[in-house]
Each structure stands twice: as C-alpha cells, then as structure tokens.
Design a protein around this ligand. Structure first.
Ligand code: SF4
Length: 353
C-alpha cells in the first residue's frame, strides 16, 4: 500500500467532512480524556448532551477529584455503564495525588490509570500531545477490517493483532491526532456498518472488500446474544415525607447508583417477596397496590418492571440489610444518582401527586 498517498486521501477528505463535536478543537488532555471515556459504549449523539454539562461542573481534574462520587454519578445518569464514571473519578484522584493534578503524558503511566486501555491512551495522547500512537475502536475496526478483508473476531486474537499493526503502520510522522480523528470520522460517516458509501469513499482504491464485493460480510457478524426475559418488582416506601432508597454495591449492576428497593420475581421461589425485600432493606415490608409497569433492557435482559406501593413496618432487629439504605426527601431525590428506571418511575409518580 502507498501509505503517503493513503494518508493524503484520508486527510483531504477530513478537511471537508470533519464532524463538529463539542470536544473537537481542544488539545486539553483532560477534556479529551472525558470525551473518550464517555464515548466508550455510548453514541456520539448521546455524549454531546452530557459533555459540556459535565465539564461545566468539573472544569479541572482537581475539581473532579474533589467531588463526591454521588455527584459524579448524578451527572453521568442516563449515559449508562456507570463503572466508567467511578473509574474516571478514581483516576482523577490518582492524578492529583501522584501527578500534581496534571494529566500525565507518558503512555505507560496513562495505561495504568483506571479505565484506560490501549485505545483510550492512544486517542488521548495522539490528540492532546501529538504522540505517534494508533487507535482502534468500533469505527476504525470496521474501516480497517474492510480495507484489508480481515475475517473472524476483530476484537481478539490474530484478527485484532492485524488491525492494530495496520493502525500503527498508517500513522503519519506528525499530526497523528488529526489523522486518528479523520479515520474515526471516515468510519462513522462513510464506511458505515449497514450501508458503506463506497462510491464516495476517498480510499476506495485501497479497499480489498470493495474490490471483491465483500463489504457486507466484513467484519464478520457477531454471534447473537441470547435475550432473557425477566420480571422484577420495585417498591416505593414512604415515611414522614421521605422515600426509602437502596444503593447498589461495587461489583453488581448499577454499582454506586441508588434505586427503589427492587428484586427479581422468580418462578417457584420459596422466599415470598416481602421477605426478599426485608433482606434487601433490613426492614419489614408489606407490598401494596401496583402503580405502573415499565419495560426496559439491561445488557441481555429484557425486563418487565412492576412498580408497587409498599409500607414499612419497622426495622428488623439485629438484621443488617443487604444494601446500604437511606431515606430521601423529594428535594434530595433530584440530586441523588438514580438508575434510569428509578428516575423515570420517580418522575411518573410525582406527576400523579
Ligand atoms: Fe468502507 Fe467502502 Fe471505503 Fe471500503 S470502499 S473502506 S468498504 S466505504
């Protein structure tokens, strides 16, 4: 492959077609880092709604490090994959403690920060410090796999190694941040998953898939995830104008977020629901009328969530609850980080009052 010509084609196209995004045009490693973490597993459109608000509240690494994780999670609410927020927060603390609050520019050091892998380190340091580091994310995996006709699982093994090698080889000597962003935009806007626009692709002449008519077969389709249906029940328990909430601990779904007491309804489960809520909250609970039903999906689960009123008959002496609990006023409910369904249930419930 004629790499200089390939680069010129990519950069020429980018001059006219670069996406306008809130984090573009900055070489502040902190802003690039926040954008890259938000973009993991989340669409650009969604991130655009969160990025400025987050940076307004936490304009520096020091301010992020000094914040309470609950507040960080509240601003992350709706972005999903909350582990990212906790890792970002933890990494900010490490940067303040070990690097005087300045984002480190040594790739080996950056790779050791929580939540930063090879791709994220490459993106931050190539964009913010023009370091000659490759990137490989969803858009570039697809683009490179099609250019080279790489079959098999592109996320691991030999296929993944070929793609990283290629991403490294095509980098220019300088201007790597701009070049990496151009590749991502080309993948996103032209080499799209379902309908690649090969006729207006600046690198069609280099593309093996286009030559062989294999665009739709590359990358190889992922094996389908088996969807599981499940029913869960959440309860709103009020006492003296306050609402009972539970906090998910580390290592479980929605770790660090608050929710209405909630559990799965299991067929043939010996333990009656009130008892299961007692284990979760450490309180005697009587379940009342159903208020509404919500349907939502989390990873491979399609969940039917029944929302009920419930009453608390007091603490169970000597028993500790499975989850941390708290009573929140209506005003506090606006600031507590809730998972998306709890936020929706709360909004709907308030409308009826
Ligand atoms: Fe993708 Fe088509 Fe361009 Fe090949 S020619 S890189 S398949 S858009």
């Amino acid at each position: 492959m004629n790499y200089p010509f390939f680069r010129r084609k990519i950069l020429g196209w980018y001059t006219h077609h670069a996406r306008t995004l809130p984090w573009r045009g900055t070489i502040d490693p902190y802003r690039v880092w926040v954008s890259e973490i938000m973009l993991q597993q989340t669409t650009t459109q969604t991130v655009c709604r969160y990025f400025d608000r987050f940076l307004e509240r936490f304009p520096t690494i020091r301010e992020l490090a000094a914040a309470n994780l609950d507040e960080v999670n509240r601003l992350w609410e709706g972005l999903g994959y909350y582990r990212r927020a906790a890792q970002l927060h933890r990494a900010a603390k490490e940067i303040v403690a070990d690097h005087g609050g300045e984002f480190p520019l040594d790739v080996a050091v950056v790779r050791k920060l929580p939540g930063i892998g090879r791709y994220t380190a490459g993106a931050i340091l190539s964009i913010a410090a023009d370091q000659r580091l490759p990137i490989l994310e969803a858009n570039t995996i697809r683009l490179h796999a099609r250019l080279l006709v790489v079959k098999g699982d592109t996320n691991r093994g030999e296929a993944n190694r070929i793609l990283w090698d290629f991403a490294e080889k095509i980098l220019p000597k300088t201007g790597c941040g701009r070049f990496n962003q151009a590749l991502m935009d080309l993948g996103n806007l032209v080499c799209m998953p379902k309908e690649p626009h090969c006729l207006r692709c600046p690198v069609v002449a280099f593309c093996e898939s286009a030559k062989r008519g294999l665009q739709m077969q590359i990358p190889s389709p992922k094996s389908k995830v088996r969807i599981e249906e499940r029913t869960e029940i959440a309860v709103i328990i009020r006492k003296k104008g306050k609402i009972l909430l539970i906090k998910y601990p580390t290592g479980v779904r929605w770790a660090g977020l608050w929710d209405f007491p909630r559990c799965e309804c299991l067929d043939g489960d010996d333990l009656p629901l009130p008892q299961r809520f007692s284990i979760i909250t450490g309180r005697k609970i009587v379940i009342g009328r159903q208020i509404e039903t919500l349907k939502h999906s989390v990873t491979r689960f399609r969940i039917t969530l029944r929302f009920h009123e419930a009453q608390e008959l007091g603490k169970i002496s000597g028993d500790s609850s499975l989850y941390e609990t708290r009573w929140a006023t209506a005003q506090e409910m606006e600031h507590v980080p809730l998972n998306s369904t709890a936020r929706k249930l709360w909004k709907n419930w308030r409308k009826t009052k």
